[in-house]
Ligand binder design. Structure first.
Ligand code: SF4
Ligand code: SF4
Length: 364
């Protein structure tokens, strides 16, 4: 028995310029990831399986000796178990593309550090190769990250390779601005699940958060994705609490109405990751209480809910002190109008990747 991580041993995460084990490292996350890197400056090159597993073993060996790689420090994925030395990959994340047809106020690919782009290396050759070589196990999990998958150039082929034929369980976050029939087939015929962060219950809030006028298109896509009993089950409708933007029960109740109308049962409640990181996980009790209250209301209406945030998964924060009603109102007003830190958090994102150009233009 010793401590190790399943994802470290059997995971691959494709970034735009590196191949790593995962994207979950809790270290140095305020402005990016610090994952266990297997190949730096990686651009989709073919890697012989032996070489790949040797690289993985370098990290795994640290655990075997009773240590912990710096990148994994405090990660909740570390478990004590009887680890085997079997060599295979069964947990893949693709997050090397970042282009999107929305422009969310909280998007981590939406600041001056990252440029939204689909001009990235093709990922199909390496994945096809690993699949043919028996490196990728049948029944594996494929997680999509990055930008909007339905507008990514290899979307359909990837779904054909892993999803429609049920080779993998596939998890696709999508904003649903564009409907994909291949994605629907994968949901209806195989084990593919979509996560749609709606974050609101009306067009006005949608436009403020997503910064595209596409509420009707999203409603239309969701209705198509929710066409059959099986595909309905495959949808997770998500509500990310974004401080000062949708942090109220009224908006959440409208969100529930939409879910009910569409027949969607599975919901995810989350707190914006950027706020969590900026506060170094010292999330104000106002937001924790709010998330818990939303969870309660949704469950009472018969929904199945899940908390997504690392905060809820990794700690025993169930004991957070409840604010009384006066405190809640006080905090709501304070955060909305007088908290410069929160304002700055999203002001930072206001100009998105265009911030530098904006600043330059202003100077001219
Ligand atoms: S312990 Fe955490 S950071 Fe390390 S490989 Fe596993 S999931 Fe990634
Ligand atoms: S839909 Fe996703 S990728 Fe697109 S802007 Fe929003 S958070 Fe970013």
């Amino acid at each position: 028995m010793y401590k190790n991580c399943k994802i470290l041993q059997h995971g691959l995460c494709f970034f735009d310029n590196k191949l790593a084990s995962c994207c979950y490292s809790p270290v140095d996350q305020v402005d990016g990831q610090c994952p266990p890197v297997l190949y730096d400056n990686y651009k989709g090159e073919i890697i012989p399986p032996d070489e790949l597993f040797k690289k993985i073993e370098e990290y795994s060996g640290i655990f075997k000796k009773g240590g912990c790689p710096r990148e994994c420090k405090d990660c909740y994925h570390i478990k004590e178990a009887d680890w085997s030395d079997e060599k295979y990959i069964d947990y893949i994340t693709i997050t090397h593309f970042s282009a999107c047809n929305a422009d969310c106020i909280y998007c981590t690919s939406n600041n001056e550090v990252f440029e939204k782009t689909n001009k990235v290396y093709p990922i199909l050759p390496i994945l096809k190769y690993f699949k043919e070589q028996g490196v990728i196990k049948q029944g594996c999990e494929l997680h999509i990250g990055g930008g909007e998958f339905t507008i990514y150039k290899e979307c359909d082929e990837l779904l054909e390779l892993f999803a429609v034929n049920n080779y993998a369980r596939v998890f696709v976050p999508t904003n649903a601005v564009k409907y994909s029939d291949t994605l629907f087939r994968a949901m209806d015929e195989a084990s593919t699940y979509i996560i749609v962060s709606l974050d609101c219950g009306c067009r006005k809030t949608f436009k403020t958060i997503k910064r595209v006028d596409a509420f009707d298109k999203v409603m239309d896509s969701l209705a198509k994705y929710a066409k059959t009993e099986k595909s309905k089950e495959a949808i997770r409708l998500k509500y990310i609490i974004i401080p000062t933007y949708n942090d109220n029960i009224g908006e959440f109740k409208k969100f529930l109405k939409i879910a009910k109308k569409l027949g969607i049962k599975n919901l995810i409640i989350d707190i914006d990751a950027r706020y969590c990181r900026e506060t170094k996980w010292q999330i104000d009790s106002y937001y924790i209480n709010l998330a818990q209250k939303m969870d309660e209301i949704a469950k009472k209406q018969g929904f199945i809910t899940e908390f997504y945030s690392f905060y809820f998964q990794s700690t025993n924060n169930k004991d957070t002190k409840k604010d009384n009603i006066f405190n809640q109102i006080y905090k709501y007003i304070k955060f909305k109008y007088f908290n410069n830190k929160i304002k700055e958090l999203y002001r930072h994102h206001l100009y998105g990747a265009k911030k530098e150009q904006f600043v330059k233009k202003k100077k001219l």
